[in-house]
Design a protein around this ligand. Structure first.
Ligand code: ATP
Ligand code: MG
Length: 447
């Protein structure tokens, strides 16, 4: 059993604090334990009061006291309780409860504004308190475990983790979603992606990856766009489209398989049936032009200038078209070969078809849509210069980037995975805001 020896801050008596998850065992019944945490739920009756305590690991256990012992206790008060473990089938979350002997109070909470059923708006406004709800605790733990296994995946491949600046001069994904900032006497932006910097690293470190926030001033309110999101990006020299797709499907599968083992309780709490997450590579690869044909056959239309029309070659896929496309799948798919015209300046074109880009997006199934984007990068100096010129970008800003094609250019590529997009699918959540501790959107910058 893991126990922690700590000094209680109240009376400086050495107490042995046990985590709740360690005590809920048949063999512990009749033994005395001291736990500490916060009052998660409270039911006061005439004689007895039932306190559901949540400890610092987010686990809960019921404790029972004589009501007069705990008359001043309120929801979210911080307390330390000593009691004897007993079994009571009626006790929530496992049927164990502590028969309270002693209670110490760290702080009596004021009237806690969050109850069991609250509007999403209140939960967002009081987010600093709402992150104490079991739902958010479960989601945040799953997120943390995604990052743990992403790191392990790249570590197993011996790829180097690097860091890139988040204050930058240039745009990667186009000017419309840039956040400008005042940088001393210059204008700068918050980074939309670390990609250009990752490309610089491959010449000295080979395959590299990073995890950092990316910023997009998304003007539309959607259920899958945040203004700040966590971006896992990787870049590899001497690679091919096939290699890049293999890496992505292996990464996603590796993370999911480990999550299913390590976060079972959290998925159960979230009512997420993890057998829906049985996926095995290779994921289907669909050619963009076939996808457009398929969506036309399905009678899918988009709205433009107040009118409905069919998709044609050259339209980007969006939330609605991806939802329609992925509805029929229970495994992620790749869409490959998007038209060059809808891709940023750095995307490499297919030598067999100049209009086709060597790019791929991974779309999550059951309507969730894009979770990764990637492909090969244009490695030819003259072509890249021309693309920068055609898109009307400032040559000076990208001169350092062009150096990467001047000094030992090699074929290379990479991808970016949106962690919250991935998590949104994994927990089957409609709204991406649920996947972030403190979401940043067009209408929300506080708390
Ligand atoms: P979309 O077309 O859905 O707006 P994108 O193609 O602009 O996304 P990329 O530039 O390809 O996005 O970014 C790489 C990945 O980062 C995406 O596949 C997605 O998982 C994630 N991502 C991009 N924008 C956002 C956002 N605003 N909020 C959350 N995740 C995002
Ligand atoms: Mg994309």
């Amino acid at each position: 059993m893991i126990t922690l020896k700590r000094i209680s801050s109240i009376n400086l008596i050495l107490s042995i604090i046990t985590f709740i998850r360690e005590i809920k065992k048949e063999s512990n019944v009749g033994r005395q334990f001291t736990i500490r945490g916060w009052v998660h739920r409270l039911r006061k009756q005439k004689e007895k009061s039932f306190i559901l305590i949540r400890d610092e690991k987010g686990d809960v256990v019921q404790t029972v006291f004589q009501s007069e012992q705990v008359s001043n206790i309120t929801l979210e008060s911080s307390i330390q309780v000593t009691g004897i473990l007993s079994v009571d089938k009626r006790a929530p979350e496992g049927g164990y409860e502590l028969q309270g002997k002693n209670i110490e109070i760290f702080n009596i909470s004021e009237n806690f504004p969050i109850g069991e059923f609250q509007s999403l708006d209140l939960l967002l406004t009081k987010r600093h308190l709402a992150i104490r709800t079991r739902k958010l605790i479960s989601i945040l733990k799953i997120k943390s475990t995604i990052l743990k296994y992403a790191r392990l995946f790249f570590d197993n491949l011996a790829w180097t983790e690097v860091q890139c600046p988040t204050i930058v001069k240039g745009s990667i994904e186009g000017g419309s979603t840039l956040f400008p900032i005042n940088y001393f006497d210059e204008k700068a932006y918050l980074s939309q992606s670390a990609q250009l910097y990752l490309e610089a690293y491959i010449f000295s470190l080979g395959p590299v990856w990073t995890i950092s926030p990316s910023f997009r001033a998304e003007k539309s309110r959607t259920v899958r766009h945040l203004a700040e999101f966590l971006h896992l990006e990787a870049e590899v020299p001497w690679t091919s489209m096939d290699d890049l797709l293999n890496i992505q499907e292996n990464l996603v599968t590796f993370i999911i398989n480990n999550l299913k083992k390590e976060r079972t309780d959290e998925f159960v709490y979230l009512n997420r049936n993890i057998s829906d997450l049985n996926i095995t590579p290779p994921f289907p690869r669909l050619e963009y032009s076939d996808v457009i044909d398929d969506l036309r056959k399905k009678d899918f239309k988009i709205e433009e200038d107040g009118k409905k029309r069919y998709l044609h070659y050259g339209d980007d896929l969006n939330i609605e078209s991806e939802r329609m496309l992925t509805q029929q799948y229970s495994t992620p798919i790749f869409v490959v070969g998007y038209p060059l015209s809808i891709k940023p300046f750095y995307v490499k074109s297919d030598i067999h078809d100049e209009n086709r880009s060597l790019s791929a997006d991974m779309l999550a199934p059951h309507g969730f849509g894009e979770i990764t984007s990637g492909g090969l990068r244009e490695d030819d100096l003259a072509k890249l210069k021309e693309r920068i010129r055609k898109e009307g970008l400032d040559q000076n800003t990208y001169d350092w980037y062009l150096d990467l094609r001047r000094y030992g250019s090699v074929i290379h590529g990479g991808f970016g995975l949106g962690i919250e997009r991935f998590l949104r699918w994994l927990i089957n959540s409609e709204d991406i805001k649920e996947t972030v501790g403190f979401p940043r959107t067009m209408s929300r910058i506080s708390p």
